[in-house]
Design a protein around this ligand. Sequence first.
Ligand code: DGL
Length: 258
Amino acid sequence: MNVNSPIGIFDSGMGGISVLKQIHALMPQENLLYFGDSAYAPYGEKSRAEITERCYSICEFFMRKKVKAIVIACNTATSACVNELRKRYLNIPIIGMEPALKVAADNEQQQHILVLATYFTLKEKKFADLMAHCEKEHIIYKQPCPALVHIVEEHKLQDEELVKQTLRNYLAPYNLEEINSIVLGCTHFVFYRKYLTELLPKHIAIIDGNTGTAKQVKHLLEERDLLKQTKDIGAIEIYNSLEDDKDIQDLAQELLKG
Ligand code: DGL
């Protein structure tokens, strides 16, 4: 492993491509290796043991590829097993993700914050701790949105009618006039930003953790002198557990470019 080694980025499927894009925008010289676990998506409806087993197997693949850092571009996998992964791979920086609730709550005025995430993320202790911290001053609502993961994985993100109706259903229980911000607490949901901007009242801030994660990756690499210094654009390689599925490769390229 050295400065020229790739950064390994993974998710349960295609959501982490939204994170990969942010990492590439911030550090275009880095070689990036993406693994989407689409054969096992969604993680949000699986048990901790099942998710952890998949994450071990993906990290073993990254070890064989001699990555210099691992980004868990998945809030669900992070809440399931980031500590176990860090214990197992002591020499590699492992960057996880959590819903960017702290960003939304960084305001002296009381905020009404709606967090959209997977069932798994929202029921975990990690999120309960985060919420307890912010709940003293703000009002927080939690909304699991499993269909938003399925729509991306099933290559239906361009079906405007389906997408808008699904989003409307999830937003229906809330008085949007009183919501200040919506946190996209699942990396798949970042692909809905354009639709949400169209549907939501203008005063609602739409917040995700992707920029913060990319900055954190850069910071950890700098700290370890592992940041690539050349000006050349790095390579992006995409792998998927649905290896032979051509549609998956097309979908990945489409999301990468979109
Ligand atoms: N993209 C993942 C996340 O950030 C999870 C989606 C899923 O597989 O349920 O939580």
